[in-house]
Design a protein around this ligand. Structure first.
Ligand SMILES: Cc1ncc(COP(=O)(O)O)c(C=O)c1O
Length: 393
């Protein structure tokens, strides 16, 4: 019996959704490396350009390999529509450009990826869009910040690097009760749809940096906007056609293949991270651990209610500040000193002097990003080897 893709379970959707076999009957998806597509006649070209007839025109608009990735990710997020973009930042830019205009207002969590903060504060500010930044976990602050001209609410959960949890259902409810037209936008990069589906909790739009877990092997830069047909399928698509920060077919192929193994990789990475977090809890030099999979996490119950596992990133504070943190990082041999995450290879970073280096000392202090903080994005090596490599003797 033929079923709809939405009738299948996530692991099946991850492998099967979006594939359309060509006349060659290939088993694995081909990569359509073509800039444009050929028409059978002038009349067909005219019909395609006027959008009377559906079909490919030019790869800035649509491309069959990109479509496979988009449909597969939409199936996993439980969404009507998905648009692949050239990077995670291009996904954020597309969302802002498609959803906002001069005079509009945004309420955003303060704890967001640095470039997203610069985009909202700087770039969007230059175009007359104002943003109020609030404490992610303070629901009254979200309520108080919403204005008559608020059009978008934005946050990521869990946050980087302190693993704070934003209550997706509560923040969506606050925004939609104030004005049903406000778009609640959630960056789901850290959890991926395997652990958390923000749309099912009330959000309107999900953003991804496919660069991270979706690729899963640190090869390509890409992103995606996921949501309903009206906003994503029309407004985002229209912005992409005009402005062009599109995903390349090769990258789309890597990401589509990445989605096939995402459930396996995420679950293994979560198992590994949990083991490392539990081991860190017994290390005298470690003052505090930030991992939502541990019961000691201040928002453990909320995390459990909206994400199925703790995720693959753990941060901890080591006694002795920057000197101790740098020493620990520099003594590692196996771990990669790099700020990327979501790779098969475990990465280690010092947020204070890398990802958050441009923040003022006051902002870092207010956010809890201390000089002794170390972030590990756990990969697929044996977790015992990863822990041993930290050399805590
Ligand atoms: C949470 C989060 N959102 C968005 C981005 C931006 O993604 P990209 O680097 O693919 O543009 C990143 C990148 O590190 C990220 O960590």
């Amino acid at each position: 019996m033929k079923k709809n893709m939405s009738d299948y379970r996530p692991a099946t959707r991850a492998v099967r959704a979006g594939q359309v076999r060509s006349s060659e009957n290939e088993h694995s998806e081909p990569i359509y490396t073509t800039s444009s597509f050929v028409f059978e006649s002038s009349a067909q070209a005219a019909a395609r350009f006027s959008l009377e007839e559906e079909g490919n025109i030019y790869s800035r608009f649509t491309n069959p390999t990109v479509r496979v990735f988009e449909e597969r990710l939409a199936a996993l997020e439980g969404a009507e529509s998905c648009v692949g973009t050239g990077s995670g930042m291009a996904a954020m830019l597309a969302t802002c450009m498609a959803g906002l205009k001069a005079g509009d207002h945004v309420v955003s969590s303060r704890s967001i990826f640095g470039a997203n903060q610069s985009l909202l504060k700087g770039l969007m500010g230059n175009f007359g869009v104002q943003t109020t930044f609030v404490n992610l976990v303070d629901l009254d602050a979200w309520r108080d910040a919403i204005q008559a001209n608020t059009k978008m609410v934005f946050f990521e959960t869990p946050t980087n690097p302190l693993m704070e949890i934003g209550d997706i259902a509560a923040i969506s409810d606050i925004a939609h009760s104030a004005n049903p037209d406000i778009k609640v936008v959630v960056d789901n990069c850290f959890c991926t749809p395997i652990l958390q589906q923000p749309l099912s909790l009330g959000a309107d739009v999900v953003l991804h940096s496919a660069t991270k877990f979706i690729d899963g092997q640190g090869r390509c830069v890409g992103g995606a906007v996921v949501g309903d047909q009206e906003f994503v399928g029309e407004k985002i698509v229209s912005f992409m056609r005009t402005a062009g920060p599109s995903m390349s077919p090769f990258n789309a192929w890597v990401f589509a293949k990445g989605l096939e193994t995402l459930p396996l990789r995420m679950n293994q990475a979560c198992d590994n991270t949990m083991k490392i977090a539990e081991a860190l809890a017994n290390v005298p030099q470690v003052e505090r651990i930030y991992y939502p999979g541990l019961e000691s996490h201040g928002q453990y119950d909320l995390a459990r209610s909206q994400q199925s596992r703790g995720g693959a990133v753990v941060s901890f504070e080591i006694k002795g500040g920057k000197e101790a943190a740098w020493k620990l990082i520099d003594q590692t041999d196996l771990l990669s000193i790099t700020a990327n995450l979501g790779d098969t290879r475990t990465t280690i970073t010092h947020p204070y002097t890398t990802t958050h280096a441009r923040w003022t000392d006051e902002d870092k202090a207010a956010a809890g990003i201390t000089t002794g903080l170390v972030r590990i994005a756990v990969g697929l090596e044996d977790p015992l080897d990863v822990f041993d490599d930290l050399n805590f003797a």
